[in-house]
Ligand binder design. Structure first.
Ligand code: G4P
Length: 525
């Protein structure tokens, strides 16, 4: 492909993930976006988890049992000459480290908040990962068709709970049954709730006034809205594209995914303001997406997609250049060449072979067991490695042993491979040498147990230790006598010492008693 054409193609990419707490409306909003993109024709296609319309995935037995649709891991569509890639961030019981890792492969995030509930736990955790990477975050305040929290209170929560400045792109006129629409500050118009498409938008004059005779202006809700908009203009944050792009200010859109109100305006603005593929940092400095030859990194490995072949698919985020099926690249970690002959792209409920893709895109590579999470693939001799993926702090822990002591060898092999693949984290108790698994979601343990049996023929005994607060120790000489059942000292797989605290109280008590022991949480560094 000619350089200019390739550059245009790369710059047309917008790759993002939707972050939210379960039930905030992520699936509903995704469906509306896919409808605008013409990828699906009916609502309910993505949402088969509940409606049963979705063909059950054949990728993994455990997923079949639980009805998780991994095929929707990456969705793509074209919109206004842009190529949109949406990466799924599984929530509910399928929340896992993969959910976090997915956020390392996007250039921006859309945060969906249920306006009746405000900011919830899972949103906070996912937000922190995005925040650490400094990626732009676009907020969709959902469910305005229901009576929710006061909009000003919601904005205050963004600043107080998440610590991010906000700029409301529009402002609601009423809510619930009385939701009349929004005052659109960005496009200087009113977007009205209408059954038909007719007269949905009312352009405002340069002073922000509605045209004479517009019905909506006689409503007291409109007057309240105008007062609040005035307040925002005087006391609120200013719109700043720089702040949006460095992730310190989030543009906020009020709307309703279910009634499809405000979604198209959101999408139109998103494609305009969201960044195209960004340079990524490596041991050789920042790599430019448009001028560096093909490179990418693996952020997720999905095992046993086809149980008959025991194959795996490695998800690669292309960071620079162009992928062509059959090309030879090098795995930077090993320096070994690999031919990328089998590659897949994903589309709503389907996957198909991909012949060409560019920076910003996600492709699935057939993995005979050669890749590790975080691996960099590079075309050409100048090998470099993208920064290691961050460690995510687990909060659930299990002791694990092989049921049959005669199977120690297979147990060790399975354990080390699954840990390397990133399925779970592994710790060892300092005193007893017991194996302890750590995860951010229960599903990770179930997958581990299932795969140990299916792939390594080992039954395991798993004993829950419940949730713990792990804190890494800066100084390795820390005394083992500080280990107790409430602050268990373990080593992680890189041999770093970690305390597993029983709860917040135990952590604080320990910190008070041992001020010289410096503890840290890798997700907050
Ligand atoms: P999730 O993927 O974030 O978990 O949320 P999902 O889209 O599945 O939505 C969760 C529930 O919230 C669904 O209702 C959905 O219909 C509802 N919902 C989503 N957006 C809106 C909105 O803008 N307004 C209102 N009023 N409701 C919304 P459910 O009853 O749990 O599921 P279903 O029976 O409708 O499928």
């Amino acid at each position: 492909m000619k350089t200019e054409a390739l550059k245009d193609k790369i710059l047309s990419r917008k790759t993002f993930a939707i972050i939210s707490h379960p039930d905030a409306g992520k699936t509903t909003l995704t469906e509306q976006l896919l409808l605008f993109g013409g990828v699906i024709r009916n609502a309910g296609t993505v949402k088969g988890k509940k409606s049963g319309k979705f063909a059950t995935s054949d990728w993994m037995e455990i997923e079949k049992q639980r009805g998780i649709s991994v095929t929707s891991s990456v969705m793509q569509f074209q919109y206004k000459n842009r190529h949109i890639n949406i990466l799924d961030t599984p929530g509910h019981q399928d929340f896992s480290e993969d959910t976090y890792r997915t956020l390392t492969a996007v250039d921006s995030a859309v945060m969906v908040i249920d306006s009746t509930k405000g900011i919830e736990d899972q949103t906070i955790k996912l937000f922190q990962v995005c925040r650490k990477r400094g990626i732009p975050i676009f907020t969709f305040m959902n469910k305005m068709d229901r009576i929710g929290k006061d909009p000003l209170e919601l904005l205050a929560e963004l600043e107080e709970v998440l610590g991010i400045e906000s700029y409301p792109m529009n402002w609601p006129i009423g809510m619930g049954k009385d939701f009349l629409g929004v005052y659109d500050r960005y496009y200087n118009r009113i977007e009205q709730v209408r059954e038909t498409g007719e007269n949905r938008y009312l352009a405002l004059d340069e002073n922000g006034h509605a045209p004479d005779g517009a019905n909506i202006t006689s409503s007291p809700l409109y007057s309240t809205c105008i007062e609040e908009v005035q307040l925002l203009s005087e006391a609120g944050n200013e719109f700043s594209i720089e702040k949006i792009q460095n992730g310190t200010l989030t543009p906020v859109f009020f709307g309703s995914g279910l009634t499809n109100f405000g979604v198209q305006t959101f999408l139109d603005t998103y494609v305009e303001l969201a960044p195209s593929p960004q340079p990524r940092h490596s041991n050789e400095g920042f790599m430019e997406p448009t001028t560096t030859p093909f490179s990418g990194f693996i952020f997720k490995i999905q095992a046993n997609m086809n149980p008959a072949h025991r194959d795996r698919i490695a998800f690669l985020r292309i960071c620079s250049g162009q992928f062509e099926r059959g090309m030879s690249v090098n795995i930077a970690r090993t320096g070994k060449p690999v031919k990328l002959a089998q590659s897949t792209q994903f589309m709503a409920d389907d996957r198909h072979t991909v012949d060409e893709a560019v920076a910003g895109d996600i492709i699935g590579l057939y993995d005979p067991g050669i890749y590790q999470i975080g691996d960099t693939l590079v075309e050409g001799k100048d090998l470099f490695q993208y920064d290691r993926l961050p460690t995510f702090t687990p909060d659930l822990f299990m002791k694990v042993t092989a049921k049959n002591v005669m199977k120690q060898k297979q147990f060790q092999k399975g354990l080390s491979q699954l840990v390397q693949e990133g399925a779970v984290q592994l710790y060892r108790s300092l005193m007893t040498e017991e194996y302890i698994l750590g995860a951010v979601g229960q599903l990770q343990f179930e997958v581990f147990e299932h795969r140990m049996r299916g792939e390594y023929n080992v039954d395991t005994v798993m004993q829950s230790m419940g949730s713990k607060i792990p804190r890494w120790v800066e100084d390795d000489s820390v005394d083992e006598s500080l280990s107790s059942s409430r602050s268990l000292l373990v080593r992680d797989r890189y041999d770093k010492k970690v305390f597993l605290f029983e709860n917040d109280f135990a952590l604080r008590w320990f910190e008070e008693k041992n001020p010289s022991v410096k503890l840290y949480n890798p997700m907050e560094v």
